[in-house]
Structures are given as C-alpha cells and as structure tokens.
Write a protein that binds this ligand. Structure first.
Ligand SMILES: [Fe+2]
Length: 329
C-alpha cells in the first residue's frame, strides 16, 4: 500500500473528548466491514473505560506489564491468555453468544486450557483413565438431534483430570496421553466408557492470572467436571462439560463454567447394567443425553439474537457472513 495514495481524513486539535471519533475516522478506511465495526466498538469502549475510570499513567503501565507477563508465561501447553479470558467471564460469554442453544439442546461451556489434539481414538467401552487411585466411574451417554433422532459417528473428545486434580499435560515428562480420548457414537447414538469420578482442582495459579485472583480475594478452584466436545458435519460444534452436584465449588467456579442443565447426579450401577457393561455392581454411574443443534438452526438463532440485542441498543444492523455489521443503507 502506497501511503501517499491513501486519503487519510485530517486530524486536528485532539482532545480528551474528540480523540475517539478521530481514531474511528482514521480506522474507517478498513475494507472489511466486520473488522471495521469490531474496531470501532473496541476503541469506543476502551476510551470510555479510560475516561470513566480516570485511568492514571501508572495504572495504564501496570496493565500493560500484566499483559506482557501473561504473554511471557505462555507455552504450547500453557495458555495463560485463555485462562485470563476465563476468569474474567469473557470465554463463557463469547461461547454463549456464538453458540446459542434452543430449549432442549445441550448447553455449552468453557473449553479451558487443557484440551489436546493427541488423544487416542478408543472404541466404546474402553477405559480413558489409567489412574489406579481414581474412583471407577461408568459413563453411558446418548447423542441425539433436536428431533430426538440418534446421531451416529460423531467425533467426541473427552478429557478429565486424574485423582489428584491434574491433567496429563501438567506433568513434566508426559509421554502418552491419559485421562482423555476420542470416541464415536454408535448407530443408536450411544457412547460409553470407563473413567474415574472427577475431582475439583485449581486452575494454574502460579502465574500472573493466579496473582490477579489473589488480589481479588478469589479462589482458583473449578468444581468436579468432565469435558466433552462434539463434532459432526451439519451440526454446531459443541464444547461442554458435566459437573457433579453438591461439589464445594459448584456455585463459585473460578471460570464461570457451571450451568444448571450441565449439573448431574451420580447413580450406582444396577445388577443389569453390571452384567451388560461388565463392571462391578454398585460402582458409580454417570448417564447423560446430549442434544446437538444443526448448523442451520444455530445460524438462524445467532442472527435473531444479534438483531434483538442490537435493537435494544438502538443500532440498525444487517447480518453479513453470520455476524452483524452496521446497516447504513
Ligand atoms: Fe477441566
């Protein structure tokens, strides 16, 4: 791009009150409508934040140093920025906006920083955890669409901690994945496996996010849960988790992931189930019926929700590529 050929709107006499409109004007040459809109709103909110809090230079620098530390501690297996987004409630907010769920479908929750792409694909019935100290748990689930029809062959990622509350990737010298797998639903939409009963655990809190939590007088714990991620062509990607009822952290999850519809009660394996699944009678049992939403239904719901939300703010928008941009026509 030749700078001499770009018609930049002139800026003069910048003040606390007019800096925002000037920055928006100079960004308005952006040809990507959605990016232009996101930047316009980001600059507006950032500037309003500074004006409203009367942000001091010292505080501004403290914030920049904090973000620098967050970046510096990141590695391929430690994502401190996701953690920061999680503890500020942004991750769950974005998921809820981008993956709206009609009544009767399974709600989503935070991905968290511990999903990996190297989990082994296991057949139904296999064990995903090899921790001898974990309390054995039989997990039997179904996967259906919103009409109640079974979904066959969905790719299902499942991951959980060991009995000490650590994911495999948190151990130095990890050689093979454990406490995680990829599974496929069968012709009846069923998938089942042997696992261990989830336990609560703290998110990594030895870095800048941990320091922030401490300053805020917040604990770093997540209630006991097991993660699930579903992928099937034609359906909206679902990232979710199941939480055990009456966990001490059920109502104070450090990353705001708990939703009522995802809280489950464990049962005991009956004599019939013990025979059918070849596990001891009386063992802990988790059952759940997951419901996926089609891509089409999700797209429509997302567009409708966008229009309603922006209408409330008095903004006229149109939907382009599934996302709102200002409607200037
Ligand atoms: Fe987790």
């Amino acid at each position: 791009m030749d700078p001499s050929q770009v018609q930049i709107p002139p800026m003069k006499d910048l003040t606390v009150d007019n800096i925002t409109e000037n920055v928006i004007t100079i960004n308005s040459l952006c040809e990507d409508e959605r990016m232009k809109y996101v930047l316009e709103r980001l600059v507006t909110h950032l500037h309003d934040f500074a004006r409203e809090t009367r942000l001091s230079s010292t505080e501004w620098m403290t914030g920049l140093q904090f973000l620098t530390e967050v970046g510096q501690i990141c590695t391929p297996v430690r994502q401190e920025f996701i953690l920061l987004s999680d503890i500020l409630g942004l991750s769950i907010l974005v998921d809820s906006i981008d993956h709206p769920k009609p009544p009767g479908s399974t709600e989503g929750t935070v991905l968290g920083p511990f999903h990996t792409h190297d989990a082994e694909e296991l057949p139904n019935g296999d064990a995903i955890s090899h921790d001898p100290k974990g309390e054995p748990l039989l997990v039997v689930c179904t996967l259906r669409d919103t009409e109640g029809r079974p979904i066959e062959g969905a790719k299902i990622d499942i991951w959980e901690t060991d009995s000490t509350g650590h994911y495999d990737v948190q151990y130095a010298g990890r050689e093979t994945p454990d406490g995680r797998c990829v599974m496929r639903s069968d012709a009846e939409g069923i998938f089942w496996f042997k696992a261990i009963t989830p336990v609560p655990y703290p998110i990594p809190h030895d870095g800048p996010v941990g320091k922030l939590l401490k300053k805020l007088h917040r604990h770093p714990y997540r209630p006991s849960h097991m993660h699930f991620m579903f992928e099937k062509e034609g359906y909206d990607h679902l990232i979710t988790a199941l939480y055990l009822r009456n966990d001490p952290y059920e109502t104070s999850d450090a990353v705001f992931g708990v939703k009522d519809s995802l809280v489950v009660d464990l049962a005991k394996v009956s004599p019939e189930m013990a025979a059918k699944y070849n596990v001891p009678e009386g063992q802990a049992l988790l059952t759940y019926d997951f419901v996926l939403v089609s891509d089409e239904e999700t797209r429509e719901l997302r567009a409708t929700n966008s229009k309603i939300a922006l209408d409330k703010l008095g903004r006229k928008v149109k939907i382009v590529n599934g996302l709102p941009v200002p409607d200037l026509d």
